[in-house]
Write a protein that binds this ligand. Structure first.
Ligand SMILES: [Ca+2]
Ligand SMILES: [Ca+2]
Ligand SMILES: [Ca+2]
Length: 427
């Protein structure tokens, strides 16, 4: 991906940014439209009309004012990042295949409090940090080290001190940890284990990523073949929120390591279908095909079809990508269509489905926004221990964290990114 990222020096101290920003609250904070501030211009000072420590941005052609605080130092006011994360947040639909989903969305820290840090994928291998040590002190995950040179690819667990993917393993203890909190908790919170990332790619154009964590990936086959502990999945968009008519540029779902990208505007769309709380509209591209194989002709991976949700609120738009979550393995598909051999169904017909709630922003890897974000972004090992690969056929090593996935887009001027070799990144 080509980026033309700017580094802005805007920093403001002593500003409090609400984490749950609503569009209404932000519009209310705007006291005028004067000043003529334009989208994407670096804001060294408050723009006339927004008041002190505020800058003007554009949302669908309308000027809004946001706090200028930029704690992740990516040139975009963090309050505007929060607004973007809320505006395009996904609608998750879980699937049924031999029953409802039982490996539920899982908070990354909840999982750490029930896991040990160990030195290999063997669950009986040396424990370097116990779950008792990790619970409530998650930053300890970044302070571990191992001097034994006979143990391959260890060293410091912190990406900033050891800039490569390592073979540290987080070992979740017991079936309850693998499965995550009960569905009633997940359905009430609607953001369990979901984390966001926003980066301006070029003026007015933003990469928006939603990362979802699960404690286990199961394809529900004999001997747990192809299963693994820990699971990070992602749906992302490229948007231009200031554009008065065309906010969406593309949506990318990721399934089994393949990006499925849909570019807007679409070739055509079909009439919206009412669902509880809103409606869903399908957009079809030039490669529309309901019967593609992920390992077959890759033409059908792009500009096939995507579905967008809107709420019942007046003026609501179809801005929320619908995600069909594969049963057990949690791959993110854009519709129930398409297949890959051996995978469970991604029919989206499960009873569990929701427009996600508030999405916490992780910030950038060089400047995470809080301790939780730092732990998630800087831990350089794997998020599971147990796995059942089939040598030479299928590799189901537990995943590294979001920052070491190819779906995570780094600022082009990131000093840390330059220190990490490409071999450390995976799909
Ligand atoms: Ca920022
Ligand atoms: Ca385990
Ligand atoms: Ca950011």
């Amino acid at each position: 991906m080509v980026m033309n990222h700017r580094q802005s020096a805007v920093r403001t101290v002593a500003m409090t940014v609400a984490t749950a920003v609503t569009v209404a609250a932000m519009l209310a904070a705007c006291d005028g439209t004067g000043g003529g501030g334009s989208e994407g211009v670096p804001a060294p000072a408050a723009v006339t009309g927004c008041g002190p420590a505020k800058v003007m941005k554009t949302l669908r052609g309308d000027a809004i004012c946001v706090a200028s605080t930029d704690s992740d130092q990516d040139g975009t006011p963090d309050e505007f990042e929060d607004l973007i994360l809320q505006r395009y947040r996904p609608y998750l639909r879980f699937s049924v295949d031999d029953g409802e989903e039982t490996f539920r969305p899982t908070d990354a820290l909840w999982y750490l409090a029930r896991s040990d840090l160990i030195v290999s994928g063997d669950e009986d291998s040396e424990v370097v940090l116990s779950h008792q040590q990790l619970a409530g002190h998650y930053e300890r995950l970044l302070a571990a080290d191992h001097k034994n040179l006979l143990v391959s690819r260890l060293g410091p667990t912190d990406l900033t001190r050891n800039p490569r993917r390592t073979d540290w393993h987080i070992n979740p203890l017991g079936d309850d940890t693998r499965r995550g909190p009960e569905w009633d908790v997940v359905m009430r919170k609607q953001n369990t284990g979901l984390y966001g990332h926003v980066l301006e790619l070029r003026t007015g154009e933003y990469q928006v990523e939603y990362w979802q964590f699960f404690g286990y990936s199961s394809v529900n086959r004999a001997f747990d073949i192809a299963d693994h502990e820990g699971d990070w999945t992602c749906v992302s968009l490229i948007v231009q929120p200031g554009d008065p008519e065309h906010e969406l540029l593309s949506v990318t779902h990721r399934a089994h390591g393949y990006p499925l990208t849909f570019h807007f505007p679409s070739r055509r769309s079909v009439d919206p279908v009412p669902v509880s709380g809103g409606a869903i509209k399908e957009y079809r591209g030039g490669n529309y095909d309901t019967d593609f194989d992920l390992r077959g002709n890759k033409t059908f991976h792009s500009d096939n079809a995507v579905r967008m949700f809107r709420t019942d609120e007046p003026g609501a738009l179809f801005l929320h990508p619908v995600v069909f979550v594969e049963r057990g393995a949690h791959e993110f598909w854009p519709t129930e269509n398409g297949s890959i051999i051996g995978a469970p169904k991604h029919n989206g017909v499960g009873r569990y489905r929701y427009l996600v709630g508030t999405v916490p922003n992780l910030g950038e890897v060089d400047h995470p926004l809080d301790t939780r974000a730092r732990v998630i972004l800087h831990y350089n090992g794997l998020w599971g221990a147990y796995s059942r690969s089939v040598p030479g056929i299928i590799d189901t090593t537990p995943p590294q964290g979001p920052a070491l996935h190819t779906g995570w887009v780094w600022p082009r001027d990131s000093a840390l990114r330059r220190r990490i070799g490409s071999e450390s990144f995976g799909g």
